[in-house]
Design a protein around this ligand. Structure first.
Ligand code: MG
Length: 394
């Protein structure tokens, strides 16, 4: 029997009816379906849908700027080595197409899901893990507009039984340091003394170490476990300097990494103690697993970055599912309705507050396009009279 080949790659542009100008990436979605050998796999790019679709199908600009589909369609899919080969080919042939990393992420994810279904195995086992360990989910939310709102949010999270929470973005870091202190202390008060508190500055200080250091005292006082993304991903010097000033407060970052090397540079040169990888951005499960292996060897804790759907959540857990000491995981709590229309299942907490990586084939999640159809954005890309993309029929 001949090897299965990739027969189709379909992108679905989903969106809420209105997109708000807030730091919430769950308002739209770019969902990927791949078919081969009678099986289907699902993935999700953590990316703006339209530019991602454009990068999937755009006309070639030159030999290092092919569209992504060119390197995927028709490729054989016998095992993990074929998925790695596809990634290598996309990176080479789409070297100058910056959106390609996002596009590859969703495709790579879908290919692992498909391979899992083909073999009747969960992806984490295909990645080499013999078993999984429970993950402690932290409720991931935005800061309130003021400290009072944050206090209410934190109390609600505690009332829902979460043992950890992360507050981020919103007004944090944009005004006087005292306002940051008020926000962080409100979060601590609402969570109670036991809750794990994480703070995400959302790159607000770009590379301004002096401004960032003014918020350190309150983070210590509130006993925050980490300060996330004080700076943009590439500002390694600023990270390293702040890490030296931060004492017992640890830095986290890495969600902006678009390939293994960016994440590796952060591990090696930014002084971070937690590396946060979005499998929907870094190039998929394949690249994320490489980072997990590297982080483990460098004694840096791997954490998923996931703010969107439960499909993305299950996918993002696979690369570190078998790492016992990478216990904490991001858990989207305020995702919009569109994010919940993608996968049928939800990863619910057990009585101890932990979630478990699914045991089912692939990501252990079922996706039914009929459920997300109400959010589908009718899209067509035409170039020189030729239709390059049209929303797949659901
Ligand atoms: Mg973040």
């Amino acid at each position: 029997m001949s090897a299965p080949h990739i027969e189709s790659v379909d992108f679905f542009y989903l969106s809420m009816p209105n997109i708000e100008d807030v730091g919430d990436g769950s308002q739209d979605a770019c969902v990927v379906r791949v078919r081969a050998g009678g099986h289907t796999g699902w993935g999700e790019c953590e990316a703006a849908p339209l530019p991602s679709i454009a990068a999937l199908v755009c006309p070639m600009s030159h030999s290092a700027c092919h569209n992504v589909l060119d390197s995927v369609l028709g490729a054989p899919l016998r095992g993990p080595e074929d998925i790695h080969a596809i990634g290598t080919r996309v990176r080479a042939r789409s070297l100058d197409l910056l959106q390609a990393a996002h596009v590859l992420s969703g495709i790579d994810m879908a290919l692992w899901d498909l391979l899992g279904h083909m073999r009747g195995e969960p992806v984490w086992r295909l990645l080499g893990y013999a078993r999984t360990y429970p993950k402690l989910p932290y409720a991931s939310v935005l800061f309130g507009d003021d400290a009072q709102q944050t206090l209410h949010k934190a109390r609600a999270i505690r009332a829902q039984g979460f043992r950890a929470a992360k507050f981020g973005w919103g007004p944090y870091g944009t005004g006087a340091p005292q306002l940051d202190a008020d926000q962080v202390m409100a979060a601590r008060e609402g969570l109670g003394p036991e809750g794990v508190l994480l703070v995400d500055a959302g790159t607000v200080w770009v590379e301004d170490v002096d401004r960032a250091r003014q918020s350190l005292a309150a983070l210590h006082e509130a006993r925050a476990t980490w300060l996330e993304e004080p700076f943009v991903s590439g500002a390694l010097h600023a990270y390293a300097e702040l890490a030296r000033l931060a004492g017992s407060l640890r830095l986290a970052g890495g969600e902006g990494a678009h390939d293994y090397y960016m994440a590796r540079h952060m591990i090696d040169h930014a002084g971070i103690r937690f590396v946060q990888i979005d499998a929907g951005r870094i190039g998929g499960i394949s690249e994320a697993k490489k980072v997990a292996d590297y982080a483990l060897a460098r004694d840096v804790t791997y954490v998923n970055h996931t703010f969107t759907s439960q499909l993305a959540l299950s996918a993002s857990l696979q690369p570190f599912a078998g790492l016992e000491h990478s216990e904490i995981c991001e858990y989207p709590l305020e995702a919009r309705a569109v994010a919940y229309a993608i996968a049928l299942e939800r990863l619910e907490r057990d009585t101890d507050g932990y979630i478990h990586v699914p045991e089912g084939p692939g990501f252990g999640m079922q996706v039914d396009p009929a459920r997300f159809k109400p959010y589908l954005v009718d899209t067509e890309i035409r170039v020189a009279g030729k239709t390059l993309y049209k929303t797949p029929v659901v």
